[in-house]
Ligand binder design. Structure first.
Ligand SMILES: Nc1ncnc2c1ncn2[C@@H]1O[C@H](COP(=O)(O)OP(=O)(O)OP(=O)(O)O)[C@@H](O)[C@H]1O
Length: 246
């Protein structure tokens, strides 16, 4: 069943077409990644879905309801963790639920413990590392009641090893929860490792240039990254991406 349906949306800034006639559907429990050249309109697309921007044309529908220009309908995790500095870890995790009037402290505590952050539950953001802040931010998104989570390059600021740790962690948490996720990344390997489906945006004006259903079984383990099948897929999508950058 489709959770998010984007129908024929277009967006211009001044006279420049940034998104043109873009169609995309995300199904219940699916993990879909969006890959595209820099400046192709990935963040603009997220701002449209999040209601921060209004499309010039087209419709964005969430579970059958039109959400053009509507903020708060989706759960959003930005590139840098936007934790409130005056709230501790538990209070930050509960924020998304509080805004929607549904608070489940026990579940929040359980998730924080599962994330290996039990001893930091009453710590403040300035006492956490970058990876820890991202975990808190992701748990908050995961526990928010909206039907879809948008993740905008959540690991881009992390070093390579922390990034791999975070990918493995996110995957294990997600495979146990199966929330519907739309994920933006520049990193092809990351998209392949995490996703059920990868969508490639064309250069500006952005439209869906190609789409791949990723067949690797779940749960996925780190060893997959070295598997021949994985490398073949990486090559295939790499050439597809490259053809849009030339
Ligand atoms: N508010 C705005 N006003 C004018 N132009 C804008 C605005 N926001 C974005 N753009 C332009 O729209 C295009 C797409 O930008 P966007 O940030 O969505 O791309 P992106 O794919 O997320 O880029 P990156 O991968 O580098 O983060 C760019 O050419 C950008 O300059």
């Amino acid at each position: 069943m489709s959770v998010l349906t984007i129908q024929d949306i277009s967006k211009k800034f001044a006279d420049v077409d940034v998104i043109k006639h873009l169609n995309l559907q995300v199904n219940e429990g699916e993990f879909v990644s969006i890959l595209g050249p820099s400046g192709s309109g990935k963040s603009t697309l997220f701002s449209l879905i999040g209601g921060i921007l209004t499309p010039d044309e087209g419709t964005i529908t969430l579970k059958g309801e039109k959400i053009n220009s509507q903020t708060g309908a989706v759960s959003y995790m930005p590139q840098s963790p936007s934790l409130l500095p005056w709230r501790n870890v538990l209070q930050n995790v509960l924020l998304g639920q509080e805004l929607k009037g549904t608070k489940d402290t026990n579940k929040a505590v359980e998730m924080i413990e599962k994330a290996g952050l039990a001893e930091y539950i009453h710590s403040y953001p300035h006492e956490l590392s970058g990876g820890m802040k991202q975990r808190v931010s992701f748990i908050r998104a995961l526990l928010s009641p909206q039907p879809i989570i948008l993740l905008d390059e959540p690991f881009s600021a992390l070093d390579e090893l922390t990034r791999l740790d975070m990918q493995k962690w996110l995957l294990s948490i997600w495979e146990n929860n199966r929330r519907t996720v739309l994920f933006v990344t520049h990193n092809l390997e990351e998209a392949l490792f995490l996703s059920d489906r990868i969508v490639i945006l064309s250069n500006k004006p952005a439209t869906i240039a190609a789409e791949f259903v990723i067949p690797f079984a779940r749960p996925r383990k780190e060893e997959l990254l070295l598997d021949d099948g994985f490398l073949q897929w990486k090559r295939k999508i790499y050439y597809e991406l490259k053809s849009f950058m030339e």
